[in-house]
Unconditional design. Structure first.
Length: 141
């Protein structure tokens, strides 16, 4: 079996592609499977806004990653999505993919070691989300 042309065969280090010839299996998108199991679309349909995030937002964010799966459903359901990341690159591409806004949670340049510290990261996420909620409240009043 030639797996070089099978979409997703190289994902996760090629694990799925490597076992395809032996198990006569079908590859499925990991995030699509998880979102189906969680009934994400049904929950999303009652949302006015979706907040999501990951460590690094970049041009690959929409290519089979978790945020890409979330964004796909949100766009189909016409729900705005704000993505938060520790590092944000390719902002225009991310907006073109459909993200309403993409924001870094880092207050200033920091080392990767510091950015990865749980307490520091949680504090930054809380601060960023608090500021976003303050903006949203201005328009909801």
């Amino acid at each position: 079996m030639d797996i070089t042309l099978i979409a997703g065969a190289g994902a996760a280090g090629g694990m799925g592609g490597g076992i395809l010839p032996f198990l006569n299996a079908t590859l499925k998108s990991g995030i699509d499977t998880i979102l189906d199991i969680l009934h994400f679309r049904e929950y999303a349909q009652s949302a006015d806004l979706i907040f999501t995030g990951e460590g690094k937002l970049d041009a690959q964010t929409g290519m089979g990653k978790a945020l890409g799966g979330i964004l796909k459903i949100a766009v189909e359901e016409n729900i705005p999505v704000i993505a938060l990341g520790g590092c944000v690159e390719a902002v225009e591409q991310l907006n073109e993919m459909g993200f309403t806004a993409v924001l870094s949670v880092q207050p200033a340049p920091v080392s990767l070691d510091q950015a990865m510290r749980q307490e520091f990261a949680l504090k930054n996420i809380e601060r960023t989300v608090t500021q976003l909620i303050r903006i949203i409240k201005c328009f909801k009043s």
